[in-house]
Design a binder for this molecule. Structure first.
Ligand SMILES: NC(=O)c1ccc[n+]([C@@H]2O[C@H](COP(=O)([O-])OP(=O)(O)OC[C@H]3O[C@@H](n4cnc5c(N)ncnc54)[C@H](O)[C@@H]3O)[C@@H](O)[C@H]2O)c1
Length: 383
């Protein structure tokens, strides 16, 4: 069997996503399995070069995982001809500048979302990457979740008939940081540092809705800051200037209406941290991160509204579990493998910078809708 390798610059590996999902669960897992297998049976091993601002943290991570390449000098990393891919999991607000440098260095680029802080900047990156002829991709991890993979199978099988609506709940309580430490980084709650739940989540909602149900044609949203003061990693109070909850209505191609709540200020009374209910003329389904249950038209009970009686119907028991039927790997890793095949053998990977720009545009439109109190129509986005 032929073996080759590909060098990947990983910027932001000291962060939550960069370390856990991208380095440990994806790149190191791919290394451990002997690389990515191509169509002709060749295996491509990945050789990461860790990049960050703290030498001590990088050295610790490298030593812990038996890696020997790390640097605090992004420019030096970008000038290394052995490195074909640049990956970015830095803070959103510093991403654009680094990606521009990576394009100029001729690297193929894979990045966390959102790809930039404005639509103009995102489209600019997409245009520049295309002009430079470098492959480009944005994390679309939610599409690879086992629950959504099952949901997609139901959609593809025609189970729903005509899909009418989608109702989604995403969220959990993020501690303020005073009496219990916050479980998300404090920059998420500061607008000036690129925080906010709309910019964080609407780019996910754009690709989930577009790829499963239809293009988002309009949005009406209300974004709020429910908790105006939080405590940072040093225990210091700060003004939470960014939105921490958003209530959105998304009108999709084909007349489907999606209503999605995103909140860091809700307590969970659900089976999973995100759940989508899809209702169609022939059946309905509820999908979460892992699970998916369905109810067919022919098995739908006939509830009757009677507020005088205590409810006796076991509604949750009336749904059928949708099986996985196949092993579903970690979504971040699965997408990494697709992107590497895209770079090496031109395999399919439709989730490019333009798709990333569409996500940023939905976030921008959501914030505009909220600020102006109006519905924002979204024409097709092109380069
Ligand atoms: N796909 C997803 O589900 C998902 C989930 C959470 C976050 N994200 C995205 O991942 C990115 C990182 O988020 P995170 O939660 O890991 O944040 P984090 O704060 O844990 O990590 C941020 C990283 O950026 C680096 N960094 C911070 N400030 C910097 C600066 N001024 N210059 C250069 N580097 C700097 C940090 O050292 C760290 O490595 C964000 O863009 C976020 O939107 C994606």
């Amino acid at each position: 069997m032929t073996r080759r390798s590909i060098g990947v610059i990983m910027n932001g590996v000291t962060g939550r996503m960069g370390y856990r999902q991208h380095l440990v669960r994806s790149i190191l897992a791919i290394r451990a399995q002997g690389g990515v297998e191509l169509a002709d049976g060749t295996r491509i091993q990945v050789e990461p070069l860790l990049v960050g601002r703290s030498e001590a943290k990088l050295r610790d991570i490298a030593e812990q995982h038996g890696l020997d390449r790390w640097t605090t000098d992004v420019d030096a990393a970008l000038s290394d001809p052995d490195m074909q891919i640049y990956f970015d999991a830095q803070l959103t607000s510093v991403r654009e500048t680094s990606i521009v440098k990576a394009i100029e260095a001729g690297k193929h680029i894979y990045t966390e979302k959102p790809i930039a802080e404005s639509v103009e900047a995102a489209l600019n990156l997409a245009r520049r990457a295309n002009q430079a002829g470098v492959k480009n991709g944005v994390v679309h991890d939610k599409l690879y979740l086992p629950g959504l993979v099952k949901l997609r199978r139901l959609i593809d099988s025609g189970f729903f008939g005509r899909i009418l609506s989608v109702r989604g709940e995403f969220g959990y309580w993020v501690f303020e940081g005073d009496w219990q430490s916050a479980q998300r980084p404090s920059w998420n709650y500061r607008k000036e540092d690129g925080g906010g739940i709309v910019s964080d989540m609407f780019c996910h909602w754009d690709y989930v809705l577009t790829n499963l149900f239809g293009r988002v044609e309009a949005v009406t949203a209300r974004a709020v800051t429910h908790i105006p003061q939080r405590w940072d990693e040093q225990g210091k109070p700060y003004d939470a200037t960014a939105d921490d909850a958003a209530y959105g209505i998304f009108e999709l191609d084909g007349g489907i209406v999606a209503q999605l709540n995103s909140s860091w200020c809700v307590r969970v009374h659900r089976d999973e941290l995100v759940e989508f209910q899809v209702d169609g003329t022939e059946g309905s389904a509820v999908a979460g991160l892992h699970n998916c249950v369905a109810q067919h038209r022919g098995a739908t009970p006939r509830p009757v509204w009677n507020p005088d009686l205590v409810e006796t119907e076991p509604f949750r028991d009336q749904w059928q579990d949708v099986p996985a039927n196949t092993d579903v790997d970690n979504g971040f890793k699965a997408q990494w493998e697709e992107f590497i095949r895209h770079v090496v053998e031109d395999g399919p990977h439709p989730y490019d910078f333009l798709a990333g720009a569409r996500g940023v545009r939905l976030a921008e439109a959501g914030l505009e809708s909220s600020a102006e109190g109006k519905r924002i129509a979204l024409p097709e986005l092109t380069l």
